[in-house]
Design a protein around this ligand. Structure first.
Ligand code: 5GP
Ligand code: ZN
Length: 112
């Protein structure tokens, strides 16, 4: 399967890793939209939030707890945002479930 994020998990594509656990890794986004822009992903290939079901959804809890920990390590005590894009209209370009953790400035609500 030709998935960029699976290749990052396997170490076939380099990344700036900031967190790793048994089921989750997080690394810096290559094209940051904020001073802190981290991608948090499950190590198993799940296509996106639309592919979540009762058998694989537990990893989302782990991702949320990882997000808290990463936010703390980047000193985002003033606040942060977590976002997942789904499908074409949602702007999802990589078909491996990922959560954007954004912070380090006052973020605007720009939905267009
Ligand atoms: P999406 O648009 O699917 O929600 O987000 C995909 C994100 O992955 C984008 O923000 C993009 O900059 C990031 N990205 C794409 N390819 C790579 C890569 O090879 N390395 C890293 N670190 N980020 C990537
Ligand atoms: Zn994948």
């Amino acid at each position: 399967m030709d998935c960029i994020f699976c290749k990052i998990i396997k170490g076939e594509i380099p990344s700036e890793k900031v967190y790793e656990s048994e089921n989750v890794i997080a690394f810096k986004d290559i094209n940051p939209m904020a001073p802190v822009h981290i991608l948090i992903i499950p190590k198993t290939h799940i296509e996106g939030a639309n592919a979540l079901d009762k058998d694989n959804v537990a990893v989302v809890s782990e991702i949320m707890l990882a997000a808290r920990q990463i936010a703390e390590s980047f000193n985002l005590e003033n606040g942060w945002r977590i976002v997942t894009n789904v499908g074409e209209d949602g702007g999802q370009t990589v078909k491996h479930l990922h959560f954007h953790l954004l912070g380090g400035k006052k973020l605007s609500i720009e939905l267009a």
